[in-house]
Design a protein around this ligand. Sequence first.
Ligand code: PA5
Length: 441
Amino acid sequence: MPEDFPYEQITDGCFAESIGEHGLSRSAFEGALGATAAAIEKLRQRHDDGSLPLLRLPETHDDLPAIEARAAWHRERADDVVVLGTGGSSLGGQSLYALADAGFGPSGHAARLHFLDNVDPHTFDHMFRSLDLSRTDFIVISKSGGTAETMTQFLICLEAVVDEVGREMAADHFTVITEPGDNPLRTIAAEWGLLTLDHDPGIGGRYSALSLVGLLPAAIAGLDLGDVREGAHQVLYSTLHAARPEASDPAIGAAINVGLWQERGVAATVLMPYSDRLAWFAMWFRQLWAESLGKDGKGTLPVRAVGTVDQHSQLQLYLAGPADKLFTVIQTRTAGTGRIVSPELASDRRLAYLAGRKMGDLFDAEQRATTETLIRNGRPTRIIKVDRVDERTMGGLMMHYFLETIIAAHLLGVDPFDQPAVEEGKVLTREYLGQMEAHAR
Ligand code: PA5
């Protein structure tokens, strides 16, 4: 891998020769890895013929100025920007935004972003009480333009903004992202004169983070969109140009996941970044993996954990519960960073190990200790090491997981791009709503 590759993947801790009976045998791994060759070849074809637009995004730059321009519009006008949408229409933006905001607002004078991906009335009442709607803008994202939750959010917010600023001015507060063609969101947006940007119909919701769906919120937060795409490009390029599957990190990851499931019954895959800024990324992964692979009785359960927090919550189970999980620990370079624990204040001899250490030293020691403990306890463990948590790394990690998921789907024989099972609940929801009384305002 080139020196500036966004991450390093270390997989020794996944194999039987390192961790014993719960590890993957070399022969099972080689069988699964060999089978990824056909998936990589298909990715190459779909990249070349343009039939999977996701694979073209990393090398695309001409859409960025329009995204930046709309972001600048919102940045200038708004103190707060609320992103409405759910699932794949929300999680990519949330993951990127987490790079800019650790919970205390973004740096500089960027607007604060809020991602509302649920229809809990309490949350919306709280938002309407808390935000000055005359200084609040809304990004409404729905590929289909008909998702019940997003349409409800949108219609309620549109009315609230009209009440606050009047019909004439309301349009300025909204940007809508939806696919071309006839759908309810696009129709209403046109009626009200709301600026509407096209969601590429060839990019499914959970695969849309690198499109304007993820990048418009990222640009409002002041992130470098070119760097996000560049990181993704490096990872995609290395797989498309891999002479053999052994040279593709995503193919190796897919072979380990599927191999462990088939050979050892490893039915869960835990992603545990040691970085608050990657906590939403792990949520994003959870949706990508679950919705793409959970089909025909196949698929493994994706679990989000965050280090060090889940050492005090999940780790006991991870180490001593059933050995049915694959762990991916994302280790970040933190040693020597952050503030120092004052030796004077930590003079109690029981705190001697902390005195004079930086917070990042503790973070570093803990991530290495947890990883090593998992491996010593015979739990299949992959390490992904990143030097920096920034836009390029995020783009690279996202592309890694897009590819790992698509290749795993190939190994499992399922379609990674549909989600037929969730339709039943949607139909029933409409039926239940139909049985309820409508309320006049
Ligand atoms: O990944 C997916 O396809 C889903 O999670 C969708 O993103 C989610 O259901 C929202 O759909 P839409 O963007 O059409 O409102």
